[in-house]
Design a protein around this ligand. Sequence first.
Ligand SMILES: *Cc1c(COP(=O)(O)O)cnc(C)c1O
Length: 383
Amino acid sequence: MRDTFLVFASPQIAQDEIDEVVASMEVGWLGTGPKVRQFENDFAAYKQSPYAAALNSCTAGLHLCCAALDLQPGDEVITTAMTFCATVNAIIHSGATPVIVDIDPYTFNISPEAIARKITPKTRAIIPVHFAGRPCQMEEIMAIAENNNLKVIEDCAHAIETEYKGKKAGTFGHFGVFSFYVTKNIITGEGGMVISEDEERINRIKVLGLHGMTRHAWQRFSDAGYKHYFVEECGFKYNMMDLQAAIGIHQLRRVEKNWLRRQAIWQQYNEAFANLPLQLPSPIQAHTRHGYHLYTILIDPEKTGIGRDRFLDEMTARKIGIGVHYLSIAEHPYYQRTFAWQPEDYPQAMKVGRETVSLPISPKLSDQDVADVIEAVYDLLKR
Ligand SMILES: *Cc1c(COP(=O)(O)O)cnc(C)c1O
């Protein structure tokens, strides 16, 4: 067994970003400034999207996109039962009512047929989540949206590198929203980004993200002279700092290299576990590019003789950090109390949520780390 605990999704931080953060501190520009602007431009170029707004989290981005749709009480927004709570909470905070639908058991992504069944006269928007980095069926989803006059906000927290039929995730919907939280494929500590092909939409996100003020601070205090700002609407305080962008700029430069490393680990796991009684991630569909954000296995207690939660404990005892993405949304008491959701009403998401385990797939893993993960899984299931 290993000597040290292998932390799940430990971020890879290189000297370049350390130097860039120090340079920001030496210059004294910590808040939103030129490095945020550069990170927005670099990220937009990578995503082949004309406009981007950097924020302090993906949650903030999802909230602002919902706010920018000017939803009214009673309006409904459809999302998946297999996501992080932030996706659902953003809908609630914007004043609308979330409606969750079940997943496709092959992709673990929101099922377009299930979306179509949940549309009512009050439906205003859909938030698909590209789960684990696998793209949703965006053609079908955009067709449903167009036929029903709905907006689409893509939750791309797992999907920086993801593509569907040659087009990048986040460029199908009206908005694409990304996360740079410490466990994600690009990290800034905390951080997020909204992209859109519409300049007005991104300007609205920027205004809403900084108190509803018309002018950003770094424009106000520049040597061009003091400019009054005007509050145009009641906004939020969601801007990214230069200190965060300093990290992101260099992380972004390694995004493809890290993707290749995670792809190699993914293939190693696939080969190593092929003969174990596990459900591995489904093969990658033709004409798609997976982001390889999460490598998830399903632990069926009947086939493996061990429950999922015991598997988690046994892996931890073997000094391997693991994750669970996610218990289905309907498992959480708040949503049960508020919306009377029950896990059984979303059976595919419930099953995945109760059986899933995420294994480490960070580019920071050494070959020995990967071998240790494989050995721990074997040790547990081959006894
Ligand atoms: C991480 C995550 C978020 C929230 O991202 P933050 O940047 O931490 O706010 C939202 N949706 C999904 C699917 C996530 O995995």
